[in-house]
Design a protein around this ligand. Structure first.
Ligand code: SAM
Length: 213
């Protein structure tokens, strides 16, 4: 991914941020349900959670509503402003700050959990994926929850065929579970669970890794 393509992923533009607020309700509900399944399995209500990146704050707000002490970070100015406004609208106690997920500036092990939802699949290069995971595992005391795209889902296979036919590059990049596990293990984390979701029907998957050392 070129620098321009990468920067285009950052929600600095108010229209892009507002559009994300209007995500299809069924999709939004299904995604929050994935978070609910994972956080329920961890059974640590009330802990500190870093939502990185938070986009327009939907998971940050959901976490605060569930009783977690939630902090959302995002690099997009419009995303941060919209998330702060939505937090106020929802009347929940949550913090939203403008920070870079690759260099958050927090001290090591500052949060019980770090949630990294819907970002990893934007990075084509394994080095960028590893940098993201390195920072998440550095600031997480116990768990990192990370979403990724299944390499064998129907949508992924359709995108690969389209890429092959049209020659147009992919915009979203799946990752294998073995790559994820190896990277997390290099950073001292072991696989704990994967939210049950059919890998062939659903592209978006959510895995939880636990600090092992
Ligand atoms: C697809 S959105 C997902 C947001 C949120 N997790 C959700 O599911 O609603 C990806 C977000 O990542 C943010 N982003 C991209 N690169 C970033 C970086 N280096 N640091 C912080 N945020 C970043 C973008 O601004 C965008 O808001």
């Amino acid at each position: 991914m070129s620098e321009n393509e990468y920067l285009a992923r950052i929600k600095s533009d108010p229209q892009a941020a507002e559009a994300y607020l209007r995500r299809k309700p069924a999709k939004h509900r299904a995604e929050m349900h994935m978070l609910q399944t994972a956080f329920t399995a961890l059974g640590q209500p009330g802990g500190t959670v870093l939502d990185a990146p938070c986009g327009v704050g939907r998971a940050t707000i959901w976490l605060a509503e569930q009783g977690y002490r939630a902090t959302g970070i995002d690099l997009g100015e419009a995303a941060v402003a919209t998330a702060q406004r939505e937090v106020r609208r929802a009347a929940v106690a949550a913090t939203v700050e403008r920070r870079d997920v690759f260099a958050t500036g927090y001290a090591g092990r500052s949060f019980d959990q770090v949630l990294c939802f819907r970002l990893l699949h934007h990075f084509a290069q394994p080095e960028l994926r590893e940098r993201l995971i390195a920072e998440a595992t550095r600031v997480a005391d116990r768990h990192v929850l990370i979403s990724y795209l299944s390499p064998c889902s129907y949508t992924t296979l359709r995108r690969r065929v389209r890429q092959w036919v049209t020659g147009k590059p992919l915009k979203q990049y799946p990752v294998s579970e073995s790559e994820l596990r190896e990277v997390f293990e290099r950073h001292g984390f072991a696989p704990l669970l994967r939210v049950p979701r059919n890998r062939f029907l659903h592209s978006l998957q959510l895995a939880v890794f636990e600090r092992a050392r």
